[in-house]
Design a protein around this ligand. Structure first.
Ligand code: NOJ
Length: 590
């Protein structure tokens, strides 16, 4: 059956309506994949859509900041369940939920005290199961977040290790080492924590333990068979509960060189000196064996997948994680970190497409997540300003949020038609900027403390999101919000944007809907001829053109499907983008 759905055609003639450059006439396009704008027509998941992740849109939920169901100022599973209509209205295929386990929450839940329970702040296992089932009925999968590099120091294993003597079985699950110096008073080596400061802390009997992140996140010893077995069982536990896979935290971590040698002056593992492996703690060959073991469990569950969070030096290294029998996907931080610049974006797209396809995987595209400055704010700053450093007190006049918003809208059209999957971080569909002016006393991220206040941390992208124009915490909950929201949050709320014809929210919904209908599973992607400072490509039935330059661009021939901004004299404005319907063949350039 061929469904026919209205689409947009731009009126090129002058029109009195000031809004005319956005206007549409009713056209139809062929739709061979059903009509996904009618979300109730999604078929419930059957488990047969085995490779769904290859072309999916995944929505990242930072639970604590999504929606608060019980009025305690903290987001929770009940809040998420109550807002599933919003998630479904976006048309996404899956939700990735950041860690929801029992935890002291010293690192936003990436410090897990019990891998088989839900933090009472967030709900319980019954609620998690209900979330998975309700989502599934709506055609949406749930992906959990697995944290295998370290536990919390409150985990029963670490507590047992503290109570046990040096050299005990309990300590062998972690990395306990004697110190250097006459009294063992210096750390065993020069390794540094990612959050700042030494990666070793000393316990009462004089032994030292390794923590590559916070002092409350001791690293597990993955040479220990019991650790390996335990994680196979944890995978099984959640897959049995119904999750469709895992985002794997620090996938490039876990394994450590048994000699614990110094790294010398080259502390940063992304330094070119380490580019081809050989670092004692990161991106080691052994991590590949671990994921191959995991696949033995995961592959028993149809449609289950693993997506790697791996910060490695190059695509050469990252592609190794995507070889058959390893991760199904990996995040592309090179693309995420690209400046707003045609050449850079293009080369990062090329690298990702080539590298993933060379191993039979598909790329992923993300612009933001819970660890980075929101992209709208990054794009609002001059290209030579490091957003992370700027947060600490950089010149506020450098921030041009209108510019950031225009670029963030164009970035939707840049990324959503690329081959592969898209990961959306909650709130980007509302065009939320980073909250850059959080007062030091409300900061919760251990990075702020551990770095000795030289890095502000990630709280600014984790501020609870707004649902309504007014009310307590703009609809986030009835009891305030754990981080303060800026006063303009109401204008950016879902409620406000639902009634605005050209809101960011509608742009996301429309782009996801078109992507679903017009891209299909085919990966034929080609760059098209474009002016300097512009990018244009064709994938499926969509031609995307993005203007990174300083003057408006001619619009390619064809039916206009979507615009990030009104045309200027029939042309794509600076920092704007357009999608054109291209059902036939278009000659690529190389
Ligand atoms: C990566 C996570 O995304 C981040 O939030 C966390 O702090 C570290 N891994 C440590 O688990």
């Amino acid at each position: 059956m061929v469904a026919r759905t209205p689409t947009h055609r731009i009126r090129r003639s002058a029109d009195k309506d000031p809004d005319s450059s956005w206007d549409v006439s009713t056209e139809t396009i062929d739709d061979t994949r059903g009509n996904p704008s009618d979300h109730t027509s999604f078929s419930p998941l059957t488990g047969q859509e085995d490779q769904w992740w290859r072309h999916a849109v995944v929505y990242q939920v930072y639970l604590r900041s999504f929606s608060d169901g019980n009025g305690d100022g903290q987001g929770d599973i009940a809040g998420l369940r109550a807002r599933l209509d919003h998630v479904e209205s976006l048309g996404v295929d899956a939700i990735w939920v950041n860690p929801w386990y029992e935890s002291p929450l010293n690192d936003g839940g990436y410090d897990v005290a019990d891998y088989r329970s839900i933090h009472p702040l967030f709900g319980d296992l019954g609620e998690a199961r209900a979330l998975i089932e309700e989502s599934r009925r709506r055609g949406i999968r749930v992906i959990a977040d697995l944290v295998p590099n370290h536990t919390s120091s409150e985990h029963a294993w670490f507590q047992a290790a503290l109570a046990a003597p040096e050299g005990s079985v309990e300590r062998s699950r972690y990395h306990f080492r004697p110190g250097r110096g006459v009294e063992g008073e210096r750390p065993p080596n020069d390794w540094q924590s990612v959050f700042g400061g030494p990666a070793w802390s000393r316990v009462a009997d004089g032994d030292w333990y390794l923590h590559l992140f916070d002092v409350t996140q001791p690293d597990l010893n993955w040479s220990n068979e019991e650790v390996r077995e335990e994680f196979l069982s944890i995978l099984e536990f959640w897959l049995d509960l119904g999750v469709s896979g895992f985002r794997v935290d620090v996938a490039h971590g876990k394994s450590k060189h048994p000699d614990y040698q110094d790294v010398g002056g080259v502390v940063d593992h992304l330094d070119p000196a380490w580019a081809s492996g050989g670092h004692p703690t990161w991106d080691r060959t052994e991590v590949h064996e671990i994921v191959r073991d995991w696949r033995g469990v995961v592959d028993r569950y149809p449609g289950a997948m693993l997506v790697a969070e791996a910060w490695v030096a190059s695509w050469d290294r990252l592609a190794r994680y995507l070889r058959p029998g390893e991760y199904h996907q990996a995040f592309d931080f090179l693309f995420l970190q690209s400046p707003w610049d045609a050449e850079s974006m293009r080369s990062r797209v090329d690298e990702a497409v080539e590298a993933t396809m060379s191993v039979g995987a598909t790329p992923t595209w993300a612009l933001s997540n819970h660890d980075v400055v929101r992209h709208l704010t990054r794009y609002a700053l001059p290209g030579d300003v490091d957003a992370g450093e700027w947060l600490l007190g950089g010149d506020r006049d450098l921030l041009d949020l209108d510019l950031g918003r225009r670029r963030a809208r164009a970035a939707v059209l840049l990324t959503m038609a690329l081959p592969g999957s898209v990961y959306i971080y909650q709130g980007e569909e509302l065009g939320l900027p980073e909250v850059h002016d959080l007062a030091p006393q409300v900061l919760d991220d251990p990075v702020w403390r551990t770095s000795g206040h030289t890095r502000k941390g990630r709280d600014g992208c984790r501020v609870p999101i707004p649902w309504t124009r007014g009310g307590s915490s703009y609809g986030f909950g009835t009891g305030g919000s754990w981080l303060p929201q800026p006063p303009e949050w109401g204008r950016l709320s879902v409620e406000a944007q639902n009634t605005e014809k050209h809101s960011m929210l509608h742009l996301y919904r429309r782009a996801i809907d078109l992507r679903r209908r017009l891209l299909g599973a085919d990966l034929t992607f080609a760059w098209l001829q474009a002016e300097a400072d512009a990018l244009s490509y064709k994938h499926g039935q969509i031609v995307s053109i993005v203007n990174f330059g300083s003057r408006p661009l001619d619009l390619p021939e064809g039916e206009v499907l979507l615009l990030s901004a009104p045309l200027e004299g029939g042309r794509v404005p600076v920092d704007g983008a357009a999608w054109i319907h291209a059902p036939g063949h278009v000659s690529p350039v190389k």
